[in-house]
Write a protein that binds this ligand. Structure first.
Ligand SMILES: *[C@@H]1O[C@H](CO)[C@@H](O)[C@H](O)[C@H]1NC(C)=O
Ligand SMILES: *[C@@H]1O[C@H](CO)[C@@H](O)[C@H](O)[C@H]1NC(C)=O
Ligand SMILES: *[C@@H]1O[C@H](CO)[C@@H](O)[C@H](O)[C@H]1NC(C)=O
Ligand SMILES: *[C@@H]1O[C@H](CO)[C@@H](O)[C@H](O)[C@H]1NC(C)=O
Ligand SMILES: *[C@@H]1O[C@H](CO)[C@@H](O)[C@H](O)[C@H]1NC(C)=O
Ligand SMILES: *[C@@H]1O[C@H](CO)[C@@H](O)[C@H](O)[C@H]1NC(C)=O
Length: 299
């Protein structure tokens, strides 16, 4: 098990205090926080509150959620700051319970590592975009495979994480970190991830989603609860500092068996594609639809 100093100090922070302190900054310059595994991130008015699994309030990010203006914007995929990204996405209609997200599952195999490491950061993620009450993307709940280093963990190897990132200027990034869990995953490992809608007792009026890794004990998990349902399902890659093709995996990265179910089951959908010319990668939808779709990131 590779344990680096930043991990140890991040865990020390968890033990010392209930309030969260940033452990550093994300590549896009946002403060990054480590939260216990299975924490809940919840909208309360304009505040974002973080609760430990035992219900203890860990932190309140006050007034970070924009106020309702009465004018609703259509769902759009927001370009995340700092990192370049390529993505395939499905906007959700959310007109009634039958077309709201129920589950978003996919599978990937940890690819061979890039042959060069020059501190590039690659994030391969399945995400749902959560809106503010104006329908504007506010944050993203995701499961991700990471290559490269952040302040929380990493280096020239693969790790997995569950994250919630919120976008506005006073944004931030929360990463669920199970104590005692080794986030390293070996090349060739097949991994299932899921983001599912869950019903909860403590605040049933919110739309709750749980992001995690199924089937393998101890994998990280995070939950979010917002006033409005998820507006977009996204599969993609964000990168920073990849300068040449050898900074990417030597073969395409494939998300397979991708299932998107709504209240009414598997919908008739087509995946849209968003490319960023500054990334040395692009995305292809090799098998379209809501059941067993295949999406590849090509370099
Ligand atoms: C609840 O969890 C927090 C964060 O992990 C911890 O600091 C606190 O001691 C726990 N409280 C109880 C009563 O177990
Ligand atoms: C949204 O509505 C359009 C138009 O009715 C439909 O073609 C599309 O499949 C719907 N998308 C989802 C994700 O339900
Ligand atoms: C998605 O994954 C969840 C968690 O493993 C599972 O309960 C659900 O049945 C899956 N749904 C689909 C459509 O694959
Ligand atoms: C998606 O659904 C298909 C058909 O039900 C199933 O075989 C596959 O394992 C599912 N994918 C995931 C990631 O759960
Ligand atoms: C992923 O999920 C599918 C469907 O539930 C299951 O058949 C398969 O064994 C899972 N794979 C892994 C690596 O857990
Ligand atoms: C993280 O939480 C999930 C969900 O409760 C659990 O299955 C997993 O074992 C936890 N991991 C650790 C290391 O506690």
């Amino acid at each position: 098990m590779r344990l680096f100093l930043p991990i140890i100090s991040a865990l020390a922070l968890l033990h010392q205090t209930v309030a969260l302190s940033p452990v550093g900054h994300s590549p896009s310059g946002k403060p990054m926080y480590v939260v216990p595994n299975k924490s809940r991130i919840q909208q309360v008015g304009r505040d974002l509150k973080v609760f430990a699994p035992n219900g203890t309030l860990l932190e309140t990010f006050a007034n970070v959620i924009p106020q309702r203006t009465g004018k609703r914007n259509p769902a759009t995929l927001t370009r995340r700051q700092g990192l370049s990204n390529v993505a395939a996405f499905v906007p959700l209609n959310n007109s009634d319970a039958m077309d709201m997200l129920d589950a978003f599952n996919t599978t990937f195999t940890v690819p061979p590592s890039p042959t060069t490491f020059e501190s590039q950061l690659l994030w391969f993620a399945a995400s749902v975009v959560l809106p503010d009450e104006n329908g504007v993307p506010f944050g993203e709940l995701r499961t991700l495979l990471q290559y490269g280093a952040t302040v929380i963990q990493g280096g020239p190897f693969w790790t997995i994480a569950a994250q919630f990132e919120w976008f506005p200027d006073a944004g931030g990034l929360l990463q669920g970190f199970p104590i005692g869990f080794d986030p390293n995953v070996d090349v060739g490992t097949a991994i299932n991830t899921s983001i599912v809608h869950v019903d909860v007792d403590f605040d049933p009026d919110l739309f709750w989603y749980r992001a995690g890794f199924s089937d393998i004990d101890g994998f990280p998990q995070l939950e979010t609860g917002f006033f409005d349902p998820a507006i977009t399902a996204v599969i993609g890659m964000e990168e920073e500092g990849a300068l040449q093709s050898s900074d990417y995996p030597p073969e395409p990265f494939k998300f397979t068996k991708t299932n998107l179910t709504l209240g009414g089951g598997f919908p008739e959908i087509e995946w849209d594609v968003e490319d960023d010319p500054s990334a040395g990668a692009y995305v292809t939808v090799d098998v379209d639809g809501s059941k067993n779709a295949e999406i590849a990131i090509r370099f």
